[in-house]
Design a protein around this ligand. Structure first.
Ligand code: SF4
Length: 183
């Protein structure tokens, strides 16, 4: 299918953000989330029939990707509830040599057990993954780029094929230490 044919249901996009991952990033907020975490900051993204249905090409145009950006973040909602759309965006990020960060309510271990070719390819194209649900009892407002202590920022490329995920070590919260998948 082409980028015109693949559809994404999104809650919105932010062309420039410094709070959704290292560096300056464009963000796609996916619509629909099955996790329903108590205390979620974006409960309006839970309804899988809400938001707007757009083609991948339309979403990419809204992001206004440019060389000043470090990369793209897929957030939500639950991006992995729409794996084909998320994968199509990921391929476009790789095509412009940007880095890809994904927020998911699934744990790394749960993702590895999903026998989905789309999710496997999506992970292979991802640089950073913030995993697990938001847990109110683990909430910590001092954490960088995540809301609760159970959530991990995983260096995906360093973790592939390993028994345990390798956590990302931020160097001052900038994008300097973050390459791109395959680089
Ligand atoms: S996974 Fe994220 S968007 Fe979904 S309910 Fe939990 S905190 Fe909210």
């Amino acid at each position: 299918m082409t980028d015109q044919e693949i559809k994404l249901r999104i809650a919105g996009v932010t062309p420039e953000s410094v709070v959704d991952g290292p560096g300056l990033r464009a963000v796609v907020f996916f619509q629909g989330c099955p996790h329903h975490c108590p205390g979620c900051h974006n409960p309006e993204t839970w309804d899988p029939a809400g938001g707007k249905l757009l083609s991948v090409q339309e979403v990419w145009s809204l992001l206004r990707y440019n060389p000043l950006l470090s990369g793209i973040t897929l957030s939500g909602g639950e991006p992995l509830a729409q794996p084909e759309g998320a994968l199509a965006i990921a391929r476009k990020v790789r095509a412009v040599q940007g880095n890809l960060m994904i927020y998911t309510g699934y744990t790394w271990e749960e993702l590895l057990e999903m026998a989905s070719p789309s999710i496997s390819e999506l992970i292979s194209l991802t640089d950073l993954l913030v995993d697990g649900p938001f847990l109110l009892a683990e909430k910590d407002e001092h954490l960088a780029f995540r809301g609760s202590r159970n959530q991990r920022i995983i260096n995906v490329q360093a973790s592939l094929g390993k028994a345990r995920p390798v956590l990302w070590a931020s160097k001052g919260g900038t994008g300097d230490a973050l390459g791109t998948a395959g680089s």
